[in-house]
Design a protein around this ligand. Structure first.
Ligand SMILES: [Zn+2]
Length: 162
């Protein structure tokens, strides 16, 4: 350990997929030597998907949308150039307990869908997430989708400093 925080890279999609599809994808990664087994340990070609490789690669699904964002150092939320983070935080708490997926914007005086704001660093809502844990460099290969023939995008990249 070097005392640094861990960096995870997430590819997030709103697509609904089944557990069977995830199993097919995990088997493909083993066949492509991206991973060595179902636990997602890096294979000899791990660095063809993520520059510098990863500690573990995982794909997960859920029936409901979840919000993925940076942890250590947090994130800020903008509507145009207006920082609306202070109203976003209670809005997402309300959404998580069954409220509407909107935020009353103090800049525009109208409600915005939570998934149509600008997040810095990027954040995203999804049901499908591919996570490369403990990466050295924050970059998936440009052609990463060719390694995920079973998964549906579009994918949004989220960095998680843990
Ligand atoms: Zn606004």
């Amino acid at each position: 350990m070097k005392g640094r925080s861990r960096l995870d890279l997430l590819l997030v999609s709103q697509a609904a997929v089944s557990e069977e599809v995830l199993a097919l994808q995990r088997a493909d990664w083993v066949r492509m030597e991206i991973t060595t087994g179902t636990q997602g340990r890096p294979g000899v070609k791990a660095n063809t998907l993520v520059q510098g490789g990863f500690g573990r690669l995982e794909v997960a699904r859920s029936d409901q949308l979840a919000f993925y964002s940076n942890k250590v150092g947090g994130f800020r939320v903008f509507c145009g150039s207006a920082n609306i983070t202070s109203v976003f935080v209670p809005a997402i708490e309300e959404w998580r307990s069954g409220g509407p997926m909107t935020v009353p914007c103090p800049a525009c005086k109208i409600d915005h869908p939570l998934d149509q704001l600008n997040y810095r660093p990027p954040a995203s809502f999804g049901r499908l997430v591919v996570t490369a844990y403990d990466v050295q460099y924050s970059a998936f290969a440009a052609e990463f989708e060719s390694f995920m023939p079973h998964l549906s995008g579009p994918f949004e990249l989220v960095y998680q400093r843990i």
